[in-house]
Design a protein around this ligand. Sequence first.
Ligand code: SME
Length: 177
Amino acid sequence: MQPSSDKSVTSRLKAFADSDRVTKTTNSTNADYPMLRQQLVGLTDGETDRIANLANCSALLWQELSGINWVGFYLLKRNKLVLGPFQGKPACTRIEMGEGVCGTAASMGKAVIVADVHQFPGHIACDVASQSEIVLPLIKEGKLMGVLDIDSPEIDRFDHRDQQGLEELLQVLIPRL
Ligand code: SME
């Protein structure tokens, strides 16, 4: 992690939190996260290869989550986030710590939910269709390994239930990386 970028990330997040929020009007049905967790256990059981498990996790989420247009992983390599297994359109390959939604979540070591990406300072647009986004850090034994990033073409697609469900899913995945 980069302590030097924490301040700017924190102030940008505060500005974002203070800005007008879009009122929630639509949302895709929440996923059955306990079922997804069971499926992920089955898909990754006995497999120790990191890329294989990340690839199947992104494919599972792509198949089962409604209202998304991108799902995948960025992995921390030499203090940069580098594109890993994903589903969706081709995406930018490298993200600096503290940059965009992914770099912000990675820097803070915390999940970030963005209801409207156009209101998020420094958002990196890989697919112009994306309207909202959730990013969760992958932390194994106290060390940041990367992030899970999910984009949606719907405004305000993700809420705390998605965050909680995805965090539980990552608890299955992370020991298998
Ligand atoms: N929107 C992300 C960049 C990655 S793509 O969405 C796949 C960001 O702002 O970090």
